[in-house]
Design a protein around this ligand. Structure first.
Ligand code: NAP
Length: 461
């Protein structure tokens, strides 16, 4: 059995049967035998299923939000946003399903192809494995399942064993919406066994994974020849130039640094602040951090809930201690009560400290002062990660310098790195991953191109 714990009070939310390797085999053989069922569904029917799912999510929104609060520990306000986004992702996928098309190919643009005419179409990949992390169970599952359905694919879905309950509810809603049961199978079992068996199986033609860099590396080693899309971690940088609005930047720091107790892949982690505006920025930031209400995530007034487990919170506490031992200062926060970690701001931390170099994945923001934009971008790029970055400046020259030089998958100007709209191309460079999500772009990756060429005896004229 898998027991799912409430991260806030440690009570058991529910216990479910743990899937094993036989369940994986059974799921894959059903999906494999029946993959034509979804592949042959006309596009308007796939769209209908996706639109129906969006409606059912909205109808059950409060129930789903409460379920997220109980198993993830995110606040009810955050959970409602995740549910709204999830419905939106299904709706976007319903729209995109009707826009799957190929292109005509100008064969006579090369020699010896004068008599040829052709085009390509997009066909389903086959079985797609959707493997998801604990922190955003619904919306991240939607980013995989919705475009997979739009593309006519079957899905084996392995949610995180820490937070599988809301995902199981989502699967029920998908079946109710008209998705054939033979097109989606969910298995809830440990990553090291169940996850790895899925990754290695050659009937699975694509792995769509969101999670840690370490597991991402393991997947690449074990997968064999198949498509792989990886949405991994980050230690995102936010840059405040002396020509930027320090108040908005401080507000974005709070919004992006402490959402879901910092357990977001694009959390604001390193804030690079020009020395000329450092004092103004900090004077504005610290009271905002002081005002964050932490506690019971179910209460409407709570701004920040617990971390997922006590061991995760202890790790963050240890990293703060390491930063302080290396000479860093805590400007606010730093204390822990079980899974509740205080929103923390650090400064004067040497660049080799874990809170700067690694992904903190907790409510810790480290301020790094700089003197020139060139220096700031050098520090921002000194990372194995490259998901998103933000810059606050009113100087266009600086904006374009940042666009040209920041090594990331997305740059948010006068906005934080944590900004994401679900239709935009989203993903990282370097160890932050491979490929792009955002419904249209995931759909491109979740289809294969098939090229058709006609040799016309009579020529083209
Ligand atoms: P994780 O430990 O990597 O787990 C993610 C998923 O992989 C879980 O379902 C896990 O199953 C499974 N898994 C573990 N070992 C596996 C293996 N050997 N083969 C196949 N699957 C395996 O990540 P997490 O702690 O849940 O989530 C936090 C991480 O996700 C952070 O690094 C964060 O940055 C990243 N993330 C990235 C994005 C993005 O869009 N780029 C979004 C959200 C989160 P179990 O639950 O059974 O271990």
């Amino acid at each position: 059995m898998i027991s799912v714990f409430n991260p806030y009070d440690g009570t058991i939310v529910d216990s479910i049967t743990e899937s094993n390797l036989e369940d994986v085999e059974e799921a894959l053989s059903i999906l494999d035998k029946n993959k034509k069922i979804i592949g042959n569904l006309p596009l308007y029917k796939r769209a209908e299923i996706l639109f129906n799912t969006a409606k059912l999510i909205e109808k059950n929104s409060e129930n789903l939000a409460i379920s997220l609060v109980k198993e993830v520990g995110k606040t009810i306000k955050e959970a409602r946003i995740e549910v709204r986004r999830t419905a939106e992702i299904f709706r976007l996928a319903g729209e995109e399903a009707k826009r799957i098309h190929g292109e005509t190919l100008p064969f006579d643009s090369v020699k010896n192809s004068e008599n040829k005419l052709g085009f390509f179409i997009r066909i389903p990949v086959g079985i797609i494995a959707a493997i998801t992390p604990f922190n955003v169970p619904l919306a991240l599952a939607a980013h995989k399942i919705a475009p997979a359905i739009a593309g006519g694919n079957s899905i084996i879905f392995k949610p995180s064993t820490l937070t599988p309950l809301t995902d199981l509810k989502l699967c029920q809603l998908l079946y109710e919406s008209g998705l054939p049961e033979e097109a989606l199978k969910v298995v809830v079992g440990p990553g090291e066994t169940v996850g790895e068996a899925i990754v290695k199986d050659q009937r699975v033609r694509m792995i769509s994974f969101t999670g840690s860099r370490e597991v991402g590396f393991n997947i690449v080693k074990k997968a064999g020849i198949k498509k792989i899309s990886l949405e991994l971690g980050s230690n995102s940088a936010l840059i405040l130039s002396d020509k930027g609005d320090y108040k908005s930047c401080a507000e974005v720091t709070v919004k992006g640094g402490y959402a879901v107790a910092g357990q977001v892949c694009i959390s604001v982690q390193r804030v690079l602040v020009h020395k000329k505006v450092l004092e103004d920025y900090l004077n504005y930031l610290i009271p905002l951090v002081e005002n964050i209400k932490i506690g019971n995530p179910m209460k409407e007034e709570t701004d920040m809930g617990p971390m997922i487990t006590e061991s995760a919170a202890k790790r963050v506490e240890e990293w703060i201690r390491e930063a302080v031992n290396l000479g860093g200062k805590i400007l606010i926060g730093g204390e822990r009560d079980r899974t509740l970690m205080e929103p923390t701001v650090l400064i004067d931390v040497p660049l080799e400290a874990k809170v700067i170099k690694e992904e903190v994945f907790g409510p810790v923001v480290t301020i790094i002062p700089f003197e020139s934009l060139e220096e700031a971008i050098k520090i921002a790029n000194d990372s194995k990660y490259g998901l998103q970055a933000g810059i606050f400046t009113d100087d266009l020259e600086e904006v374009f310098y940042a666009i040209k030089n920041l090594e990331v998958g997305g740059i948010m100007v006068n906005e934080g790195p944590s900004y994401r709209a679900d239709f935009m191309p989203y993903g990282g460079v370097k160890d932050s991953g491979i490929g792009r999500e955002g419904v249209k772009y995931a759909l491109e990756e979740m289809t294969e191109i098939k090229t058709i060429c006609f040799n016309l005896k009579g020529g083209l004229s």
